[in-house]
Structure formats: C-alpha cells, structure tokens
Design a protein around this ligand. Structure first.
Ligand SMILES: C[S@@+](CC[C@H](N)C(=O)[O-])C[C@H]1O[C@@H](n2cnc3c(N)ncnc32)[C@H](O)[C@@H]1O
Length: 280
C-alpha cells in the first residue's frame, strides 16, 4: 500500500526514532496528520503504547529493517498488492548460503526474478555476484534502479514478459522469494533460466510440501527427482516483515546426471516455436 507523501515525510524525518520493536515520533504533529500516521503504523502491526516511559508505536518484532524498506519504497507490504513481503536478513543469509553465493566465489551470474526492493539481490551483488533483476511494480523498480547494484533491471511481468532465451546464457544461480499466490508457477518458470551446473533457491509457502493438486504434486516430484530439497524456515522467519506464514526454501540443482529440468540449455535445444508446435 502506498504511503501518502505527508505521512512518508514524517516517518522519514531524522528525528523519528526507529529502534528495536518501536517507532517513536518525538515532535508535535497537527491532529489530522497524526491520525494518518497512527493509522498506517497500526495497519502494519504497531500498537500505540501511551505510557510515559514508552510513548511509541510498539510492534511484536524488530521493526528497523521493515521500516527501512517501507520508507525507501514509499509503501508498506500489503497482502493485496502483488504479495510484497521483503525477505528479512536472516532469511536472505540462508538463501545465499544454500546458493553458495559468497565473497569466495565472485562473478557468479545471478537472476532475481521478483526482486522487490532488492533484499536478496543487493546482498548477492555485495558478495561479488553479477545480478540481473526483474520486478513488476514500478515503485520497486525505481528503488532497484536507484540502488544501482544490478547489472540489468527489467521492469516487467516475469511470467509473461520474460523467456529464458531473452538471455543469451543461463544463470549460474537463481535466488527468489516470489509472490506466494503464484509461487509454483514462478519457480517453474525460473528453472528455465538456469545454466547446466546451476542452483535455484526459492522461498516458497510450506503448502508445496503437502498440497495434492496436480501442479503442486508435479513440482514436488520435479524437485525431489532432481536431487533437490525443501528446507523448513522458522515459523517466525517473516515476522520482521510483519507477517507470520509457514515457509520453506526449495533448493534445486541442475548439475547432476539425468537432470530432467527444462533449463536454459533445454530451451536452446528446443526453441520456443518448436516446443509450442509439438506441445512438448
Ligand atoms: C514476496 S515479495 C519478495 C521481494 C524480494 N524477492 C524479497 O525477497 O525481498 C514478491 C515480489 O514479487 C513481485 N512480483 C509479483 N508478481 C510479479 C511478476 N509477475 N513478475 C515480477 N515480479 C513480480 C512483487 O511486486 C514483489 O515485489
């Protein structure tokens, strides 16, 4: 949800104290503006604590990272807007570890196909990876462009606007936290961008482990049949982003014998027209 300009100006004021689990505004606002700031802080999970020694909006979790992302993008996550839940630093750390993205291996080519404001992509680039990002939301694209860490920023719908062969080479890593409503479709599509000895690591809703619809079952078989694994995240892993949902990491490699993943190499061997023609 967009943060109105006047509320944003208040939250970004350097006098505002954002510390630990609380946001404190130590200066006077006129009543209507105060009410708007108060409403937004409550919508994102804050609770006004008027006790003299507190006088702050208090959250049930650490709020610095959440507020930093919200202020940078002038919006806060809403489940109704493309499922924007920024990955908290502890989750990012796990993703990068499973993907083997580290200072010791600079130069890996990395795709983040639903990049948000770059919570995963930024730290990957900081470890020496060459990172390309895709994001559907214009405001978050602006944040990514301003941050300047990505080799290429594409503003578009990853599912419909981007085809693996838009990139001459595959990527050695794909790291992602796609919108949960469409997570399986996003990850399936992203597998097509992996080169031959590559790894995809994605946050996914935990239900991919047990849902019985055909698309989810096929996805599970694909991961498990290709030396992949699902790693549980702590239940409160996304609390810093203001939500609690059970999630896992899907870790999918392509470098093994008998790999059945339709990766970048597969798309090169079966160009789009050919496999559409024969509905492979
Ligand atoms: C759960 S958030 C995660 C953002 C980022 N990956 C992170 O971990 O912080 C999902 C992001 O995907 C973006 N998104 C949703 N649908 C998309 C699509 N079809 N193509 C590209 N990005 C999309 C949303 O705008 C949102 O920023």
């Amino acid at each position: 949800m967009k943060i109105p300009d006047d509320v944003l100006a208040v939250l970004a004021d350097p006098r505002v104290v954002i510390d630990g689990d609380r946001v404190q505004i130590p200066f006077e606002l006129d009543r209507p503006l105060y009410d708007r700031v108060d409403r937004i802080l409550k919508e994102v999970g804050g609770r006004w604590d008027g006790r003299k020694k507190v006088r702050a909006h208090v959250f049930g979790h650490q709020v610095e990272e959440f507020m930093r992302q919200a202020i940078a993008s002038a919006e806060f996550p809403s489940r109704y807007e493309q499922g924007w839940y920024p990955s908290p630093p502890a989750v990012v750390e796990q993703i990068l570890q499973h993907a083997g993205i580290s200072d010791h291996r600079p130069g890996l080519t990395v795709l983040e196909p639903s990049a948000g404001t770059g919570c995963i992509a930024g730290p990957a680039a900081a470890r020496g990876a060459l990172v390309d990002v895709v994001e559907i939301d214009a405001r978050r694209v602006e944040v990514l462009r301003r941050a300047g860490f990505a080799r290429r920023v594409v503003h578009g719908d990853f599912l419909t606007d981007l085809h693996p062969l838009d990139y001459p080479e595959g990527f050695s890593r794909v790291v992602m936290n796609p919108p949960f409503a469409d997570a399986v479709a996003h990850v399936q599509h992203a597998l097509g961008f992996l080169s031959d000895d590559a790894v995809l690591v994605s946050v996914m809703p935990e239900y991919v482990l047990w849902r019985t619809d055909l698309a989810t079952k096929r996805f599970r078989w694909l991961v498990e049949g290709n030396d992949g694994e699902f790693v549980y995240l702590p239940r409160d892993a996304f609390e810093p982003s203001g939500v609690i949902f059970p999630a896992v990491l899907a870790v999918v490699p392509t470098g093994h014998d008998g790999c059945t993943i339709r990766n970048h190499g597969w798309h090169r061997r079966y160009p789009k027209q050919q496999y559409e023609l024969f509905a492979l």
